[in-house]
Design a protein around this ligand. Sequence first.
Ligand SMILES: [Zn+2]
Length: 313
Amino acid sequence: MTIFSWAFLAFQGIESIGASVLPSTPRAGEPVAIVLKHRQSVPEGCFGISGQRAVCIVGIPVDSRGLHAVDVGGEQVVVKLVPRKDRKGHVVFRVRTPKPSIAKGLADAGTAPVDGPVNGREAIRAATSVSAPKRLWSAPFEWPAEGGGHPFGVVRSYTRYRDGKLEKKWKGRHLGVDIGARRGSRVKATNDGRVILTGHFFGTGRCVYLDHGLGLFTMYFHLDAIDVKTGDTVKRGQTIGRVGSTGSSTAPHLHWEARIGRTSIDPTRLIPLSRKLAKLSKSPAHRGHSGFVTTGSVGARRLSRPNIPTVSR
Ligand SMILES: [Zn+2]
């Protein structure tokens, strides 16, 4: 055997241990792709790309720090996170209550408007508790409305007023991206998928929930109108609704959200990640990006993969 062959074998050996991670410097709150090399079969929850590679997309919780471990395809992959810089914001929203002029008896009898919002908690939980067993998209994700976005994960202080009086003050992360856009302008599906829920709920206002398969969901809130119905198959760029200001909203805008399993992630980061994946699937297997990744490291905190069952529906 020549020196060349030995060097080649050594190189192959290193490659076969590994997985690589995209992006190479992941931050908390981002979707991250774990790329496994030299796979005879595609592990559950992953999808295959050219060159015998399998890809598993995981969500990193926004409050994570340091090293995070994920079990994928029988291997433990450890992802090193780059700390995120936090920006602060302030939001005031008012809760509308029946006007004092309404007679008490009438208010007790229920004066909610027919098309008014309802509590959607149960319906949302049920709809997002299962996902399609395969990836429903292939081309990169795209921006859903015309306008710039207010960043994901910002800590906002909220102030709730009832009947003009301060009722509650609290701080919380805004787990979506707000896109300022004209009322009535188009809201587009950011990728191919299936409509799993539409409704008019407290907080979200009129909303559309899309399943993109393997536990990846995108959501579109505060719509003026909804142009799709539950069960519809949608294509990337298809109009699914119109920008509005329904629910907890003070001006027309689109609140765009994404989740991997139960983990909220920055939806805008799906765009560069899916572009990189599209490029990677065209490149030869040995050109994969290695990034900050090790296997079997001790002391890393657990990072959950989409912990929801995938079923056909
Ligand atoms: Zn928002």
